[in-house]
Write a protein that binds this ligand. Sequence first.
Ligand code: FAD
Length: 340
Amino acid sequence: MATNNDIWVFIEQADGKIADVSLELLAKAQELARPLNGRVCGLLCGHRVEALAESVIHHGADRVLLADHPELAMYRTLPYARVATTLARERRPAIFLLGATPLGRDLAPRVASALRVGLTADCTDLQIGDYESKKEQRLYPHVLYQIRPAFGGNVIATIVNPKTRPQMATVREGVMRRRAPDSSRQGIVETIEPMFDARDLVLRVLSRETRESKVNLKGAPVIVSGGAGVGSKEKFDLLRELAYLLGGEVGASRAAVDAGLISREHQVGQTGVTVRPRLYIAAGISGAVQHRAGMSESAKIIAINTDPHAPIFQIAHYKIVGDVAEVIPMMIRALREKAK
Ligand code: FAD
């Protein structure tokens, strides 16, 4: 079968809830489908997940490929990879997108390797454009630009796979904007009968334990974030107090996490969480490109740093040159005064 212009999104779900990143990818896929004149297709795998198909359509899919089977009840690499690979081989979509979640990071390379196609992990943007190969003196129209930081974040690379299909990429949660569901959208739900090889089913999941993260950086309207410049766990407590007064969460740079000042679930940035709060306070954070990748779209940024030339000041709306240990208590005092 010839390649078509369809864009597939793997719909990650657990306990009857679709992962946010899948909904974000559906919105992005709609945008990418326009220049390609293609359809958006959600690949929904699981057991007793039919009820989610409608939501997939409302969030942007024109078609849902529904693989509902007891063997797909809990994620296991081989059965899921079998379904995705078999279908992609048969239908030959132009693009296949997955979330860069633990599941997506496990599944995507399996599928890409079985299909012998390229895969770009952790993209921060996706676009459609032409690619001219000077070597071949040939123009490849409408390829997927897979954009991500590379070489330690020092360059933003645009990667293309002009010759193989599907063009595969994973994207981290929070990078693309999701759209509000449109309940008037209509689409087709196509039921797939998965076929497994006995070897796909050798692994049995006996039980599963999940722990909900208590930190909700993505949904926080205000984030008070600390870097290595905060210096100690005790001073991080000041940031916690300020965040509490502002009704927000505490974030951190990787250097602060690596120094053991705070746990990793608080990390903002390229290898942490991507956030877009109304207010982001960066305290004792230099503003390395990998940190900025996760917070530069905050509506308002206040930076506090002793170094007037710190890169964070380049993107800050309000710049405070000063010591965290002095500035944060002043902010706390001012807020407490105001609350009286
Ligand atoms: P530093 O660079 O050490 O900066 C500390 C800052 O605090 C300085 O600007 C200093 O002037 C200021 N300061 C010192 N004392 C005070 C004080 N008393 N009061 C006020 N200011 C003070 N980083 C992330 O944050 N998130 C990521 O997701 C991430 N991913 C990465 C991925 C890769 C592949 C790589 C290579 C790096 C990644 N990094 C990430 C690390 C990143 O490059 C930086 O090293 C890190 O962000 C630096 O953290 P920092 O600004 O807290 O520390």
